[in-house]
Design a protein around this ligand. Structure first.
Ligand code: 5RP
Length: 236
């Protein structure tokens, strides 16, 4: 599965593979979204098909659901699961306190709901995702399409006086049209450069009318499995 990979893909693969060792028979799992999470789903699929591992999985996006089914993994809804034993997901950035920026794949809302409905959340990431201070990666914020321009202005005003370095807010677009989340919402990317107080920022952003959720995960992640390009893996 992992032949001829670039160093960064190898790092993602080994992190995902290592996290699979945390999965036990009978578990209800949350499955993340993104290229690292895809490795996880493929590794779990091999365990299901090859070793008879029995798991039920709640995917955090339609594309993860499609891949999981293709891999032979039983997919259930969060309603059917009720609660999850473990969620494993990627991240765009993580800091020394295991706070995260997520949502680069526009799945932050479902990712946060699934992660917080789990006994444990484990992040799998290549080492480039590790940062001293969050914020170099633009912070995704999911907003309702109705009145999104007004929501954007309110967010820009809210950022004044907060401990951030940049204040540019951009609608995420693809092929000239707004990117839609699985809930049909838009994503605003906040180019903050440096987030001094992630907890405060996350709380304040969610007070803005039109904001559905932001991509700051504070006190949600329990461990990060970090993969390196040479195949080494460490867990924090
Ligand atoms: C999707 C996410 C992803 O976990 C994040 O973007 C990392 O993706 P990748 O593993 O492809 O680097 O938050 O919304």
């Amino acid at each position: 599965m992992a032949k001829d990979l670039s160093p960064v893909e190898k790092a993602k693969f080994v992190a995902a593979k290592q996290a699979c060792a945390m999965v036990q028979d009978g578990m209800k799992l949350g499955l993340g979204t993104g290229s690292t999470a895809e490795w996880l789903v493929r590794c779990l699929g091999e365990m299901v098909r090859g070793e008879g591992l029995r798991i039920q999985a709640v995917p955090t996006s339609a594309r993860t659901a499609d891949l999981a089914r293709e891999q032979g993994i039983e997919v259930i809804s969060l309603e059917e699961a009720g609660w999850l034993d473990l969620t494993i997901d990627g991240a765009d950035e993580f800091d020394g306190d295991l706070n995260l920026i997520k949502g680069g794949g526009a799945a932050l809302l479902h990712e946060k709901i699934v992660a917080t409905a789990s006994d444990r959340m484990v992040v799998i990431a290549d080492a480039t995702k590790q940062v001293e201070t969050l914020g170099a990666f633009p912070l995704p914020v999911e907003v309702i399409p109705f009145g999104w321009q007004a929501t954007k202005v309110l967010i820009e005003e809210t950022l004044v006086g907060l401990d951030v370095l940049g204040r540019e807010v951009a609608l995420r677009e693809k092929d000239g049209a707004p990117v839609r989340t699985d809930e049909g919402n838009f994503v605003l990317d906040l180019h903050l450069k440096r987030i001094g107080n992630a907890r405060q920022l996350g709380l304040v952003l969610n007070q803005v009318p039109g904001v559905v959720e932001n991509g700051l995960f504070v006190d949600i992640c329990d461990a990060v499995v970090i993969g390196h390009g040479d195949g080494r893996v460490e867990t924090r």
